[in-house]
Design a protein around this ligand. Structure first.
Ligand SMILES: *Cc1c(COP(=O)(O)O)cnc(C)c1O
Length: 361
């Protein structure tokens, strides 16, 4: 058992079974055994993203896949809309800007989801719009953004819908093909319950066409190379994080076996459980609208409580939780529930949490 319970939106504690795989000797990445694992991982990732296209596996943190999602599909000066509902949405906007895209920034208050009418207006006023960058589950605040509604707007257009579902996938409903998403990215240390180091990229046929003409510089993240190597031999172009790919194999099998719908329902149930316990302690939920709450984490605050010192105390007692960012740096607490966490563990945590709160009252 780990000495600290990570109540964080990634990384999570690692289940024992995956630790054993991670602690074993590795195999070479240009062997039949490795190719077999790559093929299995691809088939299971397709089930999880809900797509018929292959899913690329990159050795990088999630941010590397954000960069890949930009440099492979756009060209210098392309007009691209960033739907900015928090810290990670803003990171997407920044990467676009650094690569010379002509970014339009739709900025929302922390805790608010985007407004569909604003997006419709941008599309109507910008007939040359090439893409929309959206965050499915905005981890910095706990917002779940409606991706399906964006796909309905972009599906019969040239606009690419690029979605960061790094912390959203697995624990929230997501349907790559059904929602007409063009590029979606996810990361190993979030709901896959393995350490950081792998990122996954799903690509639609429409996005593959844009890949042909994209002129932004890329080498390590050139997805055409990943596609070429996978098609030819089910390998990656460069040495991947082999140990993580082996652990991913087991994690994906477990997720598929448990059932995608079951996992989502279990997490929704756990989220509601945490919400109720926090409200009983006098805390308020940052995200007021239930349909905009992600099953990844719960953001809570209470007038008069300086949460920063509570978080420090909890860390010493074996619980890692995270605070807010920006204007919520002092007041917000984010309770992540991506890991294999039971209601009993939540109960134990709230006993300690309550003790710490009482010290401030
Ligand atoms: C964690 C996360 C990222 C960044 O991932 P890193 O692995 O830290 O690079 C990006 N977007 C969202 C929504 C995330 O939750």
């Amino acid at each position: 058992m780990s000495s600290k319970l990570l109540l964080t939106p990634g990384p999570t504690n690692i289940p024992e079974e995956y630790l054993e795989i991670l602690g074993s000797d590795i195999i070479h990445h240009r062997t039949p055994k490795f190719r077999e694992i790559m093929k299995e991982n691809n088939e299971n990732l397709k089930k999880i993203f809900k797509t018929t296209n292959d899913v690329a596996i990159l050795t990088s943190s999630g941010t590397g896949s954000m960069e890949a999602a930009i440099v492979n599909f756009f060209s210098k000066g392309d007009k691209v809309l960033a739907i900015n509902t928090g810290y990670f949405g803003d990171r997407f906007r920044k990467i676009g800007e650094i690569y010379g895209l002509n970014m339009i920034n739709l900025q929302y208050e922390f805790g608010e989801s985007y407004n569909l009418d604003d997006v419709k207006k941008v599309i109507a006023e910008n007939p040359d719009l090439k893409g929309i960058l959206a965050t499915h589950s905005e981890t910095s605040v706990g917002i779940l953004n409606n991706i399906k509604a964006l796909g309905d707007l972009t599906k019969n257009t040239e606009i690419l819908l690029v979605v960061d579902t790094i912390s959203g996938l697995v624990v929230n409903e997501f349907d790559f093909d059904g929602w007409h998403v063009d590029v979606a990215i996810a990361g190993s240390q979030k709901a896959f319950l393995i350490p950081p180091g792998l990122a996954f990229v799903a690509v639609s046929d429409k996005a593959k066409k844009a890949m042909e003409t994209s002129d932004l510089p890329k080498y390590y993240f050139d997805l055409k190379q990943y596609e070429k190597y996978f098609d030819a031999s089910a390998e990656t172009p460069y040495t991947p994080a082999i140990a993580l790919i082996l652990a991913l194999n087991q994690s994906l099998k477990d997720l598929v076996k448990n059932g995608i719908e079951n996992t989502i329902n279990q997490k929704r149930d756990l989220r509601k459980y945490v919400e109720e316990k926090a409200q009983k302690l006098g805390f308020e939920l940052l995200v007021k609208n239930e349909e905009n709450r992600t099953n990844t984490l719960i953001s809570v605050y209470r007038e008069g409580i300086i949460i920063k010192s509570v978080i420090t105390a909890l860390e010493e007692k074996g619980y890692t939780v995270t605070g807010g960012k920006g204007k919520y740096a002092e007041s917000l607490m984010r309770i992540g529930i991506l890991g294999q966490i039971s209601k009993e563990q939540i109960d134990d945590f709230f006993v300690i949490f309550e003790e710490e709160i009482k010290k401030q009252l």
